[in-house]
Design a protein around this ligand. Sequence first.
Ligand SMILES: *Cc1c(COP(=O)(O)O)cnc(C)c1O
Length: 220
Amino acid sequence: MARLDAVIDGIDRTARLTGRTGDDVRLIAVSKMQAADAIMPLIKAGQRVFGENRVQEAQGKWPALRAAHPGIELHLVGQLQSNKAAEAVALFDVIHSLDRPSLLIALAKAMDSVGRRLPCYIQVNIGAEEQKGGCAIADMSALLRQARDADIPVVGLMCVPPADVEPAPYFALLAKMAREEGLPRLSMGMSGDYETAIMLGATDVRVGTALFGARAVLDG
Ligand SMILES: *Cc1c(COP(=O)(O)O)cnc(C)c1O
């Protein structure tokens, strides 16, 4: 799988520049808008970690793919409505979009009812953009405290920087916030900027287009 090999090479090369190896950076293959036919070649090539941004879309394709291929790890990287928290907890293994108290309460309740705590990332609206998911920078610490009180295992921070501007300052800021809170993981970097993100400490990169080619339909 040429695209997968190229991304894995890019991750490894960049990780080494920061004194790590490619094994220290988790590649999340973001398969939103991709049909099972497009996902299969990646699974066959050994990729096991995938990301989706919509609960309903993931419910439609992953149960069958998973039944056929054990060991798949599924990450929710998109906005989550509180009323979908139970479905998300039932399907996903990791949540990258915890960003507000109401969702935190819904997730804690859903995790209690299935008896399973999912690792979560707090998503930060790092560019303070209107319309964008993520908590305000100033609210992150309080949200983290609330999550810990609710027994939600927060492992790191996640961000999607503003489009079409240099992302490095945003990645650096997220890394600083995580460091100050003692959070070990950083979910940042997509197809266009995952190498920059790794240089600044990303432990999880979320890559779609570079693995699958352009998505058929533009989505948010
Ligand atoms: C779509 C998406 C990605 C992947 O984006 P590409 O540019 O296709 O690599 C990563 N993170 C989130 C939150 C996304 O919605």
